[in-house]
Design a protein around this ligand. Sequence first.
Ligand SMILES: NC(=O)c1ccc[n+]([C@@H]2O[C@H](COP(=O)([O-])OP(=O)(O)OC[C@H]3O[C@@H](n4cnc5c(N)ncnc54)[C@H](OP(=O)(O)O)[C@@H]3O)[C@@H](O)[C@H]2O)c1
Length: 382
Amino acid sequence: MIGVSDGSVSRPKCAEISISMAQRAFQASVSRAAGAAEGSGQALPVVSVGRAMVVWYGQCFRGGSLRKRRLDTRRCLMKAIVVTDQAAGTAGMALAECPEPTAAINDVIVEVHASGWVSTELEWPSTWIDRAGRGRAPSILGHELAGVVSALGYGTAGLSVGQRVFGLADWHRNGSLAEYVAIEARNVAPLPGDLDFTVGASLPISGLTAWQGLFQHGRLQAGQSVLAHGAAGAVGTMVTQLAREAGAYVIGTGRAADREKALDFGAHEFVDLATDALDDVGTVDLVFDVIGGDIQKRSAAMIKAGGSLVTIVGSVEARPADGLAVDFVVEADRAQLGEIARRMQEGRLRTNIGSTTTLDDAVAAFNTSERAKGKTVIRVKP
Ligand SMILES: NC(=O)c1ccc[n+]([C@@H]2O[C@H](COP(=O)([O-])OP(=O)(O)OC[C@H]3O[C@@H](n4cnc5c(N)ncnc54)[C@H](OP(=O)(O)O)[C@@H]3O)[C@@H](O)[C@H]2O)c1
């Protein structure tokens, strides 16, 4: 049996990057002293900061650049977007320096080039607790990524260092709004060379959610009808395209301003939820719900006998009279990621990227009052 730390003993902490001038000067002098000591063979400086003892060890060499390392963890530092205070919302996000992750059994470490973002992430319990129910803040945000494998964990097979990958990181672990992420190898798939990292990072959550909702949970068949709510959104555009390609008749819904986009992504018709009568659509085989509440309840009543209501926004609130109701959370699946990538390469699927930003600018971008129109992608390695 191999001993595995449960991580509860000495959880490495992150330090906010926005430090004061005095701290900067202090750190610079410590770094200079460390460099001089290393060069001369003298003992390394030990510095007491309040009760914390920090020993500057030197530098790590990785990816062609020198990076700071501390002796206490022997781990390099990386930039990451972290949250520590659940009540603070997006205002509590910070760009911080955190220890780089280490690979557990069957993990890969991925050097993240781009990361997708879902704005509801701060509301998910998994952002704040681990699988044992213990608080896990500071949490590194972001769960969909594209990048390059930089290290393999013990026992990891089937992927190699230097390989381009994309995938979906565990909800309960530190995420991909960071320069590096540790992720189970089974949760990533090869990213074809003709799909860039920004595109790769935009696909895992919306692509897999649409795929699993339509084909696994909704059991969609050719010739059936789908009511795709939020059809101009990140998930909705994937639902629309995959359902139409599978031979379904797609009725998209959303706001008036979403009509053109929903039709452009393949909806056969569009219902403006504010002004059109939803009931006029008639009955459908499958409702794909991304809104919930009253819209979900009204939609449940429109489902044909033997049809399905699939929702991704919490527990089912209304069931079809004679059909299936499923709520689910998307799971990583390498084969499905491969299918999605293949469709992208063949031009059978388009991604819906609304905006891109950099890791340095991400906190400001997440704190805007503007609503995202499609997927938000963060270029971690511009
Ligand atoms: N369970 C899972 O595994 C899973 C996976 C992915 C996403 N989700 C959740 O699913 C939801 C959708 O995700 P997404 O990434 O597709 O979000 P999104 O890109 O914002 O798309 C949602 C779309 O629905 C529209 N919409 C929302 N409420 C509406 C209303 N009352 N009337 C008309 N249109 C409305 C939005 O328009 P406006 O922007 O104008 O409001 C937007 O076009 C989010 O809550 C997300 O957290 C769950």
